[in-house]
Structures are given as structure tokens and as C-alpha cells.
Design a protein around this ligand. Structure first.
Ligand code: ACK
Length: 884
């Protein structure tokens, strides 16, 4: 029955009276209708879901009389996918049903001749993905239908531009819910900001865009144009074209950066939005002040900074044969403070220059565009100077007063041309008839000295010279003075005996160092720890004399004879007991070695009934001391070991130990004198640390003072005590108040812990022998120090000195200064006494001096602020205070 189609092709007129072709079928009277009408092959053209819009009319069965039971009001729509475009026969069963289509209620009425027809439009969609194309078929099952049109189409999301990205015309997906992800491409002169993406919905609508593009440098979105001349756009993310910054221009369109006007520059680091700038003009008003062998250079900034704020200066130093002529660059030994290049300040101190030499200094000004502007473009200013270091001129007048049989007071005037601050005077004198074969030297800060120990009725020749940082000046002409008559024996200071000791021990020490190293490595004794510690601190420098620990000797008597001279007891003349030491009495007396002058000495003796260990400990001090030779270390004259009591003979220090000496002379010294004492101690300690010797008990009580106020480090006993008895209650033997925390807690004794102790000594000196941490007990001291408490500045203590103390008391030992730095610092202070003027106390007392001083004098300075707050700032105003 399907072979012969009952669908008829009929021409009718549409509503506009235009003839159209329709397919009609109307077998409503016969049952079991199955009439098929098939389309030609329709290519899919990439579509995945096609839409079929059918326009048709359908007769209402009610309007057809006598058709009940057979008349239908629907037809069926089928499809069949195929690659074949000319299939002649397709089985019914090959078709897949799309839908049963019924007439819509809203029939459009079409006037066809005398009949009114209702035109229906129905759309069905179907997924077609498997073949190149498909056929559609309409199955009539007994209705009265006219197929007016069949339109087949698919949907696309149309080409669009979103966020500067183009999205192509995109065929929708196969399913009604499918989204097709589409990647956009940036439009011309734009670049991707974030991958542009959009989804094409099944209905042909684009969904929310993701990501997008930005206009390339030189272009802006506004009107999608390039930047015009005079404008630029540097980055795609910039909002739009901007006007060229000052001193720059862009001549062509689409500029990404503006070019600088001629004479203006931009550094690599300058952003395109920054104005073009210029190198600075020359620094101005360069002033030089020559101070011995240093020069202070100061200038003012250039008149034109070129529109930048990164001006820096660099210095060129030239050494010239004649002022300003034939110059060569200075050597690298010249020091520039704060630096030679990259200077932000307008002041430099140039030091370590040669004396009496012509220098030219050129100060260059630079900024960020100096390089960009080409070589040789820096502007500079120069100055030529001649250094003028000179030692002081000779002392021209010396006089003697208070002449007695054994002494006289010598005084003199300052040299006419001191050429700097005088640090010290040196007095050389000798008996006139001895000529200069044997002489004594005395040094003093003041312009006078008491010369004692002279022979009666003897003519002495005196020379005085001054020393500044530049060195010693010439000695004065000889001045002769005679003592009065007396038969008392002659006493000298025995310079020669020290020399003798030194020369005897010189070769021996070298041999000993190698012997000691050998012994240490073989014995691996417990003392090797000490040595290790000190090596950690300092890089051993061959050629520098290193202290040898006498405890590394198997035989302590060998050490004593390597380092100390045995003295015949008959040459010692004990005079009186001056104190008690750890091992016995300390006496003063005189020593007369054959062929030498008699000298005053101190004699330490070992009390009877000593143990072997005590003997060893007692003599170890001499073995240590005997290795040292320095004006600020107590000098060993020799030992007596061959007969009893055992004795250690040292130079005699007239003023005894420093702590008691200061307490006796409370407030009697100038700051410079105190600093002079500290300098001596620092110099001695520097010497010890250079020799790798750690003192461990540096304290004012272990410093001795001679008649010239020269301080010398003594007491080399404690250094060994701890090592001998590590398990003992050693803390009781550690001088807690003087010892660095790491030395107390884990026995880390180093030169840095000696520096801590040195800080305490400074405090003792400036406070004239006050006890550190007063009457606090040891436990409290350790706790307070651990918690960061540090001794405050003593009364009238210069700020710089207290700062130096605080530096010595840095918790981290590596942060503490070295003795060499301390020494330099003190020398600087002595050279510039002005820096010592600022003391800690007056700082607190600023508003009204006299009021402040008065409160201080009555111990009520804590009320200063309260009184000031109430308006009482002067003593006058205080007079008006009422009872209320
Ligand atoms: O404070 P002083 O008088 O100085 O009391 C002690 C005492 O001996 C016990 O050590 C004094 N003393 C130690 N060595 C010397 C010395 N070389 N010259 C003068 N006095 C000394 C110290």
C-alpha cells in the first residue's frame, strides 16, 4: 500500500492570493490508512540538532459528515539518518518517529476560495549526529491534511565580539541542554588578559563571557583607536592613552612610551609615566678643613637637581706633586667616612692621608640619569689641600722646685706650637756624669712631675718632650738640676733589667711554642680545651707572639725557668709588708742585681706548709707574667725558687691597686686623667688578647697604679683555678660582678668576656672605686643582668664613656667591641676632649638648671617633673610656694 502514494500535489492560493503548492491527503472515509510522504535527502551541514517547522491545515472531523470512527486529526513525523543522498527505497521500519503532530487550537484562518482553513505551524527538533544527512517522512493515518510548507533549519550562536575577543558563528550542541565551549580570539591591537571563553547555548544564545583581552600598548578601547601624537599608553592594563609626561613627546600614533626632549633623559628604572629628567649640576661651595692628616670636606647640593631626588656624590682623590699639578689617584689606604661613592650626605671625612702632601679632591654629583646622559657628563667641583701633620715643637722652658736630697718637682710650659692636643709628656733624665749611658724615662699627662729616687748631691740632666697624635716632638734642650746632700743609697727603675730578661727569653719562647704545641697534641690534656677556645676567637698569625700555657708543661719547674729569671735572695732587701695575697704576704723592698741600679720591687711570697699544687699555682703566675712585655702589664723581675720562702719579684707600683687608690682620691681627677688610666688598661688588655691570653679576672682591684698614674694589669692567677677543679663549686670562685654571663653560665671565657669585665672596670674607674651593683647579692646581680639590666652611668660620666661600657656589656659576645676598637675609641676621646664634655646627669636636668641642681643636691630630683607641672621651674618661683 505504501508503493503508491495517496498524497496529492495540489496548487492553492495563499492568503495573499499567491498560488502555492501543497501536498494533500484526505482518505477519511476508509479505515486503516498508512500513507507516507518522504522528503529528499537533506544534508546536515554540521548541524547536530535540526528543527522542522511544518505549516499545515487539518480538517476538523466534526465538519465532515459520516466519518465517525475512521477520521483522524493527527499525522506522524519521522526521520531517517543516511549518508546516501539518493535512497530510492527506505523501509518504514528504518524511520524513527519524531512526534505525532496534532492541529493546534489557534488555527490561523486561511480563506481558500469559499472555504475557511486554519493554518497550523508546528516545530519539532531532532538530534541528527550519526550520518551526513537525513530524510524526513510524514505518515498519514486517515486525516484530511494539506502540508503547506516544511522548513528545516539549525541554530547557531552568531559571530560576536565580547571583551575585545571575537567569537565565531557557532553551531549549537546536539542536546537541548548542551553548551558548546568556544575560545575567543583577541581583536587586532589587543592582547589576552585572561583566556577569553564563552558558551554557546542550545537556543543559539551566548552565555556569560569569561576572561577577555586588553588594548595593546599604544591603543585604547575608546573608539578602538591608537593613541594620537602627544599621548602614549605603556601597558595594556593602563586605562587609556595618557598625555606625555613633562619634557617628553610622541610624534607618531600608537606610542607606548614618550621620547625625552633633547637634553632630558630617563633611567632604566624610571617608569614611562615619569617626567624626563636631567643630571644634576655641580655641587657647590666645597669647603675643606685640614686636620693633621685628615681633611673634612663639606659642600652644598647642586643648584639644579634635574627634577630628581636621587642625587648622590662620589669623591675622587688625587695625590699631587705640586698643588693641583701632576696628579695621580690616591692609594686604597685612604679612608673615606662614611664612604667614597654613593654618598647621600654632603660631608666626608678623608683620613689616613700622608703628611705634608698636596691632594686634590673632586666631588661629583650624580643621579639616576647621569649614566643615561653619556660618559663624562657628571658635574663636579674640586679643591686642593695640603696636609699639615706636625709633631709638637720642643718644650722651651723647664724648671725644678721643691728640691730635696732624693727628689725634686719638675715643671715646664706647653710647647709654643703644640700642633694638636698634647696626649703626654715624656721626661728623660740621667746623672750628668753618667751622660746618656743610663737614663730614666717618666711619662705624665700634666705639665709637672715629681721625680723621686734621686741620689743626693748629684747633678741631673732633664729633657722634656711632648707627644700628640702626630707623634713625639723634639726633646727640649738639657736642663740641669742638682739634688741636696744625703748619703742614702741610689735607686733607679731598672729599665735595663727588663731588656735583659727580654733578650734571654726571646729565643727560648720560640722554641717553647713549638715544644708546647707538640706536648698539647700528644697529651690531649684537659687544658687543650682552653687553647681551642682561644683559637676560635682569633686566627693565629704566624710571627705574632702567642702566650704559652705553663700548665702544658709536664714539669712546672721547667716552665718557670723558661720564662722567669732566678734571682739570688741576697740581692733582695725586704722593707715592709704591704698586703696579703692569695698565697701569703706581699712586701715591698729593693732589688740590686749585679751591675745594675737598685730598684723598688714588690715581693710576693708563698707561705710555709704549702702543697705541691699550691706551689705550682703560685709559680704559674710568674711563668705567665714572664712572657709579657708591655708598659701596661706588670713586669716580672724574677723568682726565687732555690730557697724558701718562694718569691715572685715584680716592679713596684707606688699607688697600689686601682680600686683603693681611686677610693682614696675620690673626685680628684679630671675626666681626661680617668680616660688616660682606662686607655692604659685597654692597651695592656689589647696586648694580652693579641697574645691569645684570656685574663678571666679583670677588675680594678687587679690593676696596679704607679706614681705616674700609669695603670698596669696584674694578677694572672685565676686563669687556671677553674680548670684544675671543674667539678668544684666553681661559681663561688668566679667574680660574678665582673664576669660576662656566658662565662658564668657555661664557662665560656674569651677575650670577649674580658671585654665585658673591662666595661665593669670602666664603671669602677669613673665612679672612683664604687662597688659594681652596690650591695646587691650575686644571685640578684646575675638575675638582673640576665634580664637586661645594666649599670647606669656613674655621676658626671661622659655619655660616650657610658655608651662604651654598654657596648662592652652586649649580651652577644660577638657584638662587643675588641680591645683594639676600645683603644682607638679612647685615643679619639683623648684627642677630642670636647666629646667628653656631655655627661649623663645634666641631660636629665634640662629645663631650669639651677632648680634642677638644687633638687639634685638635696636628693629630690625625682620631684622635678611634678614641680614643673605645677609651674615651679625656677628657684625664684619656688620662693613663692605657699603652705597650701
Ligand atoms: O691595694 P694594695 O696596696 O696593692 O694591696 C694589694 C696587696 O699588695 C695584695 O695584693 C699590693 N701589691 C701587689 N702587687 C704590688 C706591686 N707590684 N706593687 C705595689 N703593690 C702591690 C696590692
Amino acid at each position: 500500500s505504501t508503493c503508491v502514494s495517496v498524497w496529492e500535489e495540489v496548487s492553492i492560493m495563499d492568503e495573499k492570493n499567491i498560488p502555492i503548492r501543497t501536498y494533500q491527503v484526505c482518505n477519511v472515509l476508509e479505515p486503516n490508512q498508512n500513507n507516507w510522504l518522504r522528503t529528499d535527502w537533506i544534508p546536515r551541514s554540521g548541524a547536530q540538532r535540526v528543527y522542522v517547522e511544518v505549516k499545515f491545515t487539518l480538517r476538523d472531523c466534526n465538519s465532515l459528515p459520516g466519518v465517525t470512527g475512521t477520521c483522524k486529526e493527527t499525522f506522524n513525523l519521522y526521520y531517517h539518518e543516511s549518508n546516501e543522498d539518493r535512497e530510492s527505497y527506505i523501509k518504514e521500519s528504518s524511520f524513527i518517529k519524531v512526534d505525532t503532530v496534532a492541529a493546534d487550537e489557534s488555527f490561523t484562518q486561511v480563506d481558500v476560495g469559499d472555504r475557511i482553513m486554519k493554518l497550523n505551524t508546528e516545530v519539532r527538533d531532532v538530534k541528527v549526529t550519526t550520518r551526513k544527512g537525513f530524510y524526513l517522512a510524514f505518515q498519514d493515518v486517515g486525516a484530511c491534511i494539506a502540508l503547506v510548507s516544511v522548513r528545516v533549519f539549525y541554530k547557531t550562536c552568531p559571530l560576536t565580539i565580547r571583551n575585545l575577543a571575537t567569537f565565531p558563528d557557532t553551531v549549537t550542541g546536539a542536546d537541548t541542554s548542551s553548551l558548546v565551549e568556544v575560545r575567543g580570539s583577541c581583536v587586532n591591537q589587543s592582547e589576552e588578559r585572561e583566556e577569553p571563553k564563552m558558551y554557546c547555548g542550545a537556543d543559539g544564545e551566548w552565555l556569560v563571557p569569561i576572561g577577555g583581552c586588553l588594548c595593546s600598548p599604544g591603543y585604547e578601547e575608546k573608539g578602538s583607536a591608537s593613541c594620537t601624537a602627544g599621548f602614549y599608553k605603556a601597558k595594556s592594563s593602563d586605562p587609556g592613552c595618557s598625555k606625555c609626561p613633562p619634557h617628553s613627546h610622541s610624534l607618531r600614533d600608537a606610542a607606548t612610551v614618550c621620547d625625552c626632549h633633547s637634553g632630558y633623559f630617563r633611567s632604566d628604572a624610571d617608569p614611562p609615566s615619569m617626567a624626563c629628567t636631567q643630571p644634576p649640576s655641580a655641587p657647590q661651595q666645597l669647603i675643606s678643613v685640614v686636620n693633621e692628616t685628615s681633611v673634612v670636606l663639606e659642600w652644598t647640593p647642586p643648584r639644579r637637581l634635574g627634577g630628581r631626588s636621587d642625587t648622590s656624590y662620589s669623591l675622587e682623590c688625587l695625590i699631587c706633586q705640586t698643588a693641583g699639578r701632576l696628579c695621580l689617584p690616591c692609594g686604597s689606604d685612604v679612608l673615606f667616612s662614611p664612604s667614597q661613592t654613593g654618598l647621600k650626605t654632603t660631608k666626608v671625612v678623608v683620613s689616613e692621608l700622608r703628611a705634608h702632601t698636596h691632594y686634590t679632591f673632586i666631588v661629583h654629583a650624580r643621579n639616576g640619569v647621569s649614566l643615561a646622559s653619556g660618559a663624562g657628563a657628571t658635574q663636579s667641583v674640586s679643591v686642593s689641600v695640603t696636609t699639615n701633620q706636625a709633631a709638637p715643637s720642643p718644650v722651651s722652658f723647664v724648671q725644678a722646685t721643691d728640691v730635696t736630697r732624693h727628689s725634686l718637682s719638675l715643671s715646664w710650659q706647653q710647647p709654643d706650637r703644640p700642633n694638636g692636643v698634647i696626649l703626654e709628656y715624656e721626661v728623660k733624665f740621667y746623672e750628668k756624669d753618667q751622660k746618656e749611658r743610663s737614663y730614666r724615662i717618666m711619662r705624665t699627662f700634666s705639665q709637672s712631675v715629681d721625680v723621686t729616687g734621686l741620689s743626693p748631691l748629684t747633678v741631673y740632666v732633664f729633657h722634656v718632650r711632648a707627644r700628640t697624635a702626630a707623634g713625639y716632638g723634639e726633646f727640649s734642650a738639657p736642663f740641669e738640676f742638682s739634688t741636696n746632700s744625703d748619703p742614702f743609697p741610689l735607686i733607679g727603675e731598672g729599665v735595663n733589667s727588663a731588656f735583659l730578661l727580654l733578650s734571654v727569653s726571646g729565643v727560648g719562647i720560640l722554641l717553647l711554642i713549638s715544644a708546647a704545641v707538640f706536648i698539647i697534641s700528644r697529651r690531649r690534656s684537659k687544658y687543650s680545651k682552653t687553647k681551642q677556645d682561644s683559637e676560635e676567637e682569633k686566627h693565629l698569625n704566624p710571627g705574632v707572639k702567642i702566650y704559652v700555657d705553663p700548665f702544658t708543661y709536664e714539669d712546672p719547674d721547667q716552665a718557670i725557668h723558661d720564662f722567669a729569671k732566678e734571682i739570688d735572695v741576697s740581692s733582695i732587701h725586704i722593707e715592709k709588708v704591704i698586703g696579703m695575697g692569695e698565697f701569703g704576704e706581699v712586701c715591698s723592698g729593693r732589688l740590686r742585681v749585679q751591675g745594675k741600679r737598685e730598684i723598688y720591687v714588690a715581693i710576693k711570697s708563698l707561705k710555709a706548709g704549702y702543697s705541691d699544687k699550691q706551689r705550682r699555682d703560685f709559680l704559674s703566675e710568674a711563668s705567665i707574667m714572664g712572657q709579657f712585655d708591655h708598659p701596661n702589664i706588670i713586669r716580672l723581675e724574677g723568682v726565687v725558687t732555690r730557697c724558701k720562702p718562694l718569691m715572685i719579684i715584680t716592679e713596684y707600683m707606688e699607688n697600689g691597686s686601682l680600686d683603693s687608690f681611686l677610693r682614696k682620691h675620690d673626685g680628684q681627677f679630671t675626666v681626661i686623667q680617668l680616660v688616660g688610666m682606662l686607655r692604659g688598661i685597654a692597651s695592656g688588655m689589647k696586648y694580652l688578647s693579641d697574645m691569645n691570653y684570656v685574663h678571666r679576672d679583670l677588675a680594678a682591684r687587679n690593676i696596679l697604679v704607679n706614681s705616674n698614674l700609669v695603670c698596669k694589669v696584674s694578677d694572672f692567677g685565676l686563669s687556671r683555678v677553674l680548670e684544675d677543679d671543674p667539678e668544684a663549686a666553681y661559681t663561688t670562685r668566679i667574680p660574678i660582678r665582673w664576669t660576662a654571663p656566658e662565662a658564668i653560665t657555661y664557662r665560656k671565657f674569651t677575650t670577649s668576656s674580658d671585654v665585658w669585665s673591662y666595661g665593669i672596670v670602666m664603671w669602677e674607674v669613673v665612679s672612683y672605686g664604687e662597688r659594681p651593683y652596690w650591695d646587691m647579692n650575686n644571685q640578684d646581680v646575675m638575675k638582673a643582668v640576665e634580664e637586661g639590666y645594666r649599670l647606669p652611668a656613674p655621676m658626671d660620666c661622659p655619655v660616650v664613656l657610658h655608651q662604651l661600657m654598654l657596648d662592652c656589656w652586649e649580651r652577644e659576645r660577638a657584638e662587643r667591641p675588641t680591645f683594639s676598637q676600645i683603644l682607638n675609641m679612647l685615643d679619639k676621646l683623648i684627642r677630642n676632649p670636647g666629646t667628653l664634655r656631655r655627661t649623663v646627669v645634666p641631660e636629665v636636668c634640662v629645663p631650669e638648671r639651677s632648680m634642677c641642681e638644687w633638687l639634685q643636691s638635696i636628693g629630690l630630683e625625682r620631684y622635678r617633673d611634678t614641680l614643673a607641672a605645677a609651674g615651679y621651674t625656677s628657684l625664684d618661683s619656688l620662693l613663692g610656694i605657699t603652705h597650701q
